[in-house]
Design a protein around this ligand. Structure first.
Ligand code: PLP
Length: 382
C-alpha cells in the first residue's frame, strides 16, 4: 500500500505516537489540571510539556498562550465567531478552505463583509495586494499558510508585517504547514496561528490549537465555549486568563499525549530535514507527471514555494475514476474532488470538477513516487 493522502491526515504516524497514547491511557489516565493527586499532576505535566513543544517548533516563548482545540477548524471558528462583529470586514485570499469560508459566509448573513484578495491561478498571493485591501478599515486578515489543493505557500511573514503596520490583527491557518514548513513567531508578527495536530504534526485526530502572540490582546476574542476549567472554581464567571479562557471542559489529553510524541519526532528529526525530504519527492512527482501526455499539474513546480500536496488531472478521465483506480487496482491512496476548498478550485480554474491530489508525507520514499507515477501513466494510457 502506498499512502499519498497526507494532506487529509498523515499516515503512518511515528510508532511513538500510538505508544504514547496507550501509555497515557494505561499508566496515567487522569484529568489534567483538576484533582491534584499525582496522576492528575502527571497528566498536567504532559499537557504543559506539549504546549512547550509547540512553542519550540514555532519559536514562541509562552506555553500559556498555546490553547488546545479539537482541530484547526475549531481554532479558526473560535477566532472568527469570537472576534468578528456585524459591520466588520474580514480580508481573506482566494485559496481558503471551507473551515474559513463557511464561517465567513455565515457571518456575511449577520452583516460582516468579506474581501477576497486578488490571487493568481497558481495560488500566489502578492502581499501588496493584501496591503491595498487595508486602505479601508478591517477587523481581521485571515490567510492560510499553504493551499491544501496545490501546496502554494503564502508569504505570511510579509503579510504579518503589513498587518502589524496597519494595526489589523492577522490570523494564519497553518493546517497544511505546521510540522512541514518553518513558522517563526519570534520573527514574524503573526497574532494568531491556528494549527491542526493530525497532519504535519503527526499527532492523532481530535487535536489542534491556537497560538496567540505575546502582544495580541486575547480579550479581543470572546470564548465560544464556557464551563469548567479546573481553575477559579469559586467563580461562576469564565476565567479571563490563558489558556483557561478558551479551554472549558475536559480536553483530549490522550490525544495531546500522542501529539507530544509527534512533536518530539519532528523536533528530533528536524523540520529542515523533513522539508528537504518532501521537496525531493515533490520534484520527482511533478517532473514525472509533467512528462505524461494528457496530464496537467496545477500550481508552482518550485519546491521552495510549495508544500507536498500535488494536484493534477488526466484529460478525458473523471477524477473520481482515477482515484478509485489508484486505490483498487494499484493500492495507492489519494484524494479526488474539491478537497473542502471550492474557493481555491474557482481560483485555479478547476471548479466544479476538482483535481486528483497526491500528498506526500515524511515517511514516503522514492519507490512510492515511482509506483504512483507508473499507476498514473497506466491510467492515462487507457
Ligand atoms: C488549509 C486547511 N484548513 C483547514 C483544514 C481543516 O482541518 P481540520 O479538519 O483538521 O480541522 C484543512 C484540512 O484539510 C486544511 O487543509
Amino acid at each position: 500500500m502506498v499512502y499519498l493522502d497526507n494532506a487529509a491526515t498523515s499516515f503512518p504516524k511515528p510508532q511513538t505516537v500510538p505508544e504514547a497514547i496507550v501509555s497515557f491511557m494505561t499508566r496515567v489516565g487522569a484529568n489534567p489540571g483538576r484533582s491534584g493527586h499525582y496522576l492528575s499532576v502527571e497528566a498536567e505535566r504532559i499537557r504543559y510539556g506539549t504546549r512547550e513543544a509547540i512553542g519550540r517548533l514555532f519559536n514562541h516563548a509562552d506555553p500559556q498562550r498555546v490553547v488546545f482545540t479539537a482541530n484547526v477548524t475549531a481554532a479558526l471558528n473560535l477566532v472568527l465567531f469570537g472576534m468578528v462583529q456585524p459591520g466588520d470586514r474580514v480580508v481573506v485570499t482566494g485559496m481558503e478552505h471551507n473551515s474559513v469560508m463557511r464561517p465567513l459566509r455565515f457571518l456575511e448573513g449577520r452583516g460582516v463583509t468579506v474581501t477576497l484578495v486578488e490571487t493568481a491561478s497558481d495560488g500566489t498571493v502578492d502581499p501588496q495586494d493584501v496591503a491595498s485591501t487595508l486602505d479601508t478599515p478591517a477587523r481581521l486578515v485571515c490567510t492560510l499558510h499553504a493551499s491544501n489543493v496545490i501546496g502554494t505557500v503564502v508569504p505570511i511573514g510579509e503579510i504579518s508585517r503589513i498587518c502589524r503596520d496597519r494595526g489589523v490583527p492577522y490570523l494564519v491557518d497553518a493546517a497544511q504547514t505546521a510540522g512541514c514548513v518553518p513558522i517563526d513567531l519570534g520573527k514574524d508578527p503573526i497574532d494568531m496561528l491556528a494549527f491542526t495536530g493530525h497532519k504535519g504534526l503527526l499527532g492523532p485526530t481530535g487535536t489542534g490549537g491556537l497560538v496567540l502572540s505575546p502582544s495580541f490582546d486575547e480579550k479581543l476574542i470572546g470564548p465560544l465555549v464556557y464551563g469548567g476549567t479546573g481553575s477559579r472554581s469559586e467563580q461562576e464567571y469564565q476565567p479571563e486568563f490563558l489558556p483557561d479562557r478558551f479551554e472549558s471542559g475536559t480536553c483530549n489529553i490522550a490525544g495531546i499525549a500522542g501529539l507530544s510524541a509527534g512533536l518530539d519526532y519532528i523536533l528530533t528529526r528536524g523540520l529542515s530535514e523533513i522539508r528537504a525530504h518532501e521537496s525531493g519527492l515533490v520534484h520527482q512527482l511533478i517532473a514525472g507527471l509533467e512528462a505524461m501526455e494528457g496530464v496537467t499539474v496545477y500550481g508552482t513546480s518550485d519546491p521552495k514555494k510549495r508544500t507536498a500536496a500535488v494536484s493534477f488531472r488526466i484529460a478525458g478521465i473523471d477524477n473520481g475514476i482515477t482515484a478509485r483506480r489508484l486505490s483498487e487496482e494499484f493500492d495507492i491512496m489519494c484524494r479526488p474532488g474539491l478537497h473542502c476548498a471550492p474557493r481555491a478550485h474557482k481560483t485555479i480554474g478547476t471548479f466544479p470538477g476538482g483535481t486528483v491530489r497526491l500528498s506526500i508525507g515524511p515517511f514516503n520514499t522514492e519507490a512510492d513516487i515511482d509506483a504512483a507515477l507508473s499507476a498514473v501513466a497506466a491510467i492515462a494510457g487507457k
